[in-house]
Design a protein around this ligand. Structure first.
Ligand SMILES: Nc1ncnc2c1ncn2[C@@H]1O[C@H](COP(=O)(O)OP(=O)(O)OP(=O)(O)O)[C@@H](O)[C@H]1O
Ligand SMILES: [Mg+2]
Length: 250
């Protein structure tokens, strides 16, 4: 690498560092090795719990090929995160869905699949997106694609806190350990693990498990379980405890 291109690279790193070190909300990401471990439902319920505790909270669909926050939010706006990242709209035009959580409002930022948009997201636009959201919210929860593509690793690298999600099964634990090693060599610090679909049968050798979420088909009932008559449900209590752990750590 010659001096000029090195200088360009260093300037870019400084620009991103300055953007994301601005005072503002915390970016929390929930990556996983294996798919289907429950990142999306945990992102939603954790965001709901934070919102209910009075924090201005946004949950953002960063699963650009197979997004599904919109199916829980009940609406897919015209100008989504992937519209911004593929150059189809400006940051200020981004549309969010307001989801009622008890007496609070959670902001959901869905994505339209890049398969529909037939465009590649520009990874360099992610820091501006996150800086924009940091300015508006206390917590910004990122719902990521599984695995280690650049589209999931880069947002993790820009996050303030990283909680790796694994299901309570051997294959999932193995991949959680692998992804953690990849993060470690990339200079990403993991704040803890969340074990989902916990069966109370076996525990992993993972250290720093911050919460275990049992199997409960009620997780599909978002946002209904946050409505008044369900306020005392087990799941609400558990996700509230998870949120308290996240607040304490992050
Ligand atoms: N604690 C749980 N108990 C029972 N079912 C669960 C639990 N957590 C998640 N599920 C179910 O597992 C399935 C996968 O969940 P989800 O879509 O949140 O996973 P994901 O990690 O986001 O998947 P992907 O990697 O494809 O994005 C869904 O049907 C969801 O309802
Ligand atoms: Mg998902």
């Amino acid at each position: 690498m010659n001096v000029d291109s090195l200088l360009v690279k260093v300037k870019e790193i400084i620009r991103i560092y300055k953007l994301l070190r601005l005072p503002g909300g915390k970016i929390v990401s929930l990556p996983s090795g294996k798919g289907g471990v429950g990142k999306t439902v945990i992102s939603l319920h954790l965001s709901a719990a934070l919102s209910q505790q009075g924090y201005a909270t946004a949950v953002v669909d960063m699963n650009f090929a197979l997004p599904n926050l919109h199916s829980y939010a009940g609406e897919l706006p015209n100008k989504t995160v992937t519209h911004y990242l593929t150059g189809l709209c400006k940051l200020e035009e981004l549309e969010k869905v307001n989801v009622k959580i008890g007496n609070s409002i959670l902001h959901v930022y869905p994505s339209r699949s890049i398969v529909d948009l037939v465009r590649k997201p520009q990874i360099e636009k992610i820091p501006e997106l996150l800086a924009y959201l940091k300015d508006k919210y206390d917590y910004i929860i990122l719902d990521l694609a599984p695995g280690v593509s650049k589209y999931s690793v880069y947002p993790v690298k820009l996050s303030d806190c990283v909680f790796v999600v694994t299901a309570d099964e051997r294959a999932s634990y193995i991949d959680a350990t692998k992804i953690s090693k990849i993060f470690e060599v990339s200079g990403i610090k993991i704040s803890g693990y969340i074990i989902n679909k916990y069966k109370k049968r076996r525990d992993s050798e993972l250290e720093n498990v911050i919460y275990r979420i049992p199997i409960n088909s009620g997780v599909k009932k978002f946002p209904e379980i946050w409505n008044r008559k369900y306020l005392k449900s087990k799941l609400v209590k558990q996700f509230t405890e998870l949120a308290e752990m996240v607040i304490q750590i992050c």
